[in-house]
Design a protein around this ligand. Structure first.
Ligand SMILES: Cc1cc2nc3c(=O)[nH]c(=O)nc-3n(C[C@H](O)[C@H](O)[C@H](O)COP(=O)(O)O)c2cc1C
Length: 196
């Protein structure tokens, strides 16, 4: 941990090291990313390629007590989907918002009348999310990328101030790593590539 903290102050992780060591965190705790680091992470997001330079990205940052607003909405979405959930099950849903000290919701304004295809605009949001994952990792933080019901539930979008037509591509849970996930090897790339 000390080494990680030192690394954070002395020099940033080399680019390929960052990519090679990136993994989803298993458990995240305080301290939260600093405001300065959050701005750097979001800046990295907006450096993603963006067909047509439409700057579709929008971000919602949820920290501290504000996580309760998200947690209540996630629990409400679960209750709407299944009115039979008991108190304990609803509490588990609410607790999801407390998986990390900070959550960055990666969303965007898609111009559906534009000649740039909608899919390209949404891909720019995904590229931003990965840039942000890597930036947070390079700054020494742990990250989880989550989607699921909270990306589509109308009541969740409403409390976050996200229009129903705006896609959410990621809930980036960011914090200090308490349990790191394994770095997966992945299949040998020879199996995935054909050279024409
Ligand atoms: C678009 C997208 C959505 C994801 N949604 C979830 C999710 O809802 N829940 C989850 O546990 N992980 C989610 N993940 C994380 C993946 O499960 C994870 O990246 C994968 O298991 C590989 O693990 P690694 O990140 O440690 O390499 C998502 C990843 C992406 C790219």
């Amino acid at each position: 941990l000390l080494l990680l903290a030192l690394n954070q102050y002395l020099e940033l992780m080399d680019f390929f090291t960052a990519i090679a060591t990136r993994a989803s965190a298993v458990r995240l705790i305080e301290p939260a990313p600093t405001r300065e680091h959050l701005m750097r992470i979001i800046q990295a997001g907006t450096r993603a390629p963006d067909h047509g330079r439409l700057s579709p990205w929008r971000f919602v940052v949820i920290e501290g007590d504000k996580r309760g607003v998200l947690g209540d909405a996630i629990a409400e979405a679960a209750r709407i989907a299944n009115p039979n959930l008991n108190t304990e099950q609803l509490q588990r849903e609410r607790d999801k918002a407390f998986r990390a000290p900070t959550i960055i919701v990666v969303t965007g304004k898609i111009n559906r009348a534009h000649k740039i295809p909608e899919s390209d605009q949404v891909l720019a949001l995904g590229a931003a999310a990965e840039n942000m994952f890597l930036a947070a990792h390079a700054l020494g933080y742990g990250v989880m990328w989550k989607t699921g019901t909270p990306t589509i539930a109308p009541n969740v979008k409403a409390v976050l101030g996200i229009a129903s037509e705006d896609p959410i591509v990621a809930y980036l849970y960011v914090g200090t790593t308490a349990a790191a996930g394994p770095v997966k090897e992945g299949p040998p790339i020879e199996q995935l590539v054909r050279w024409l």
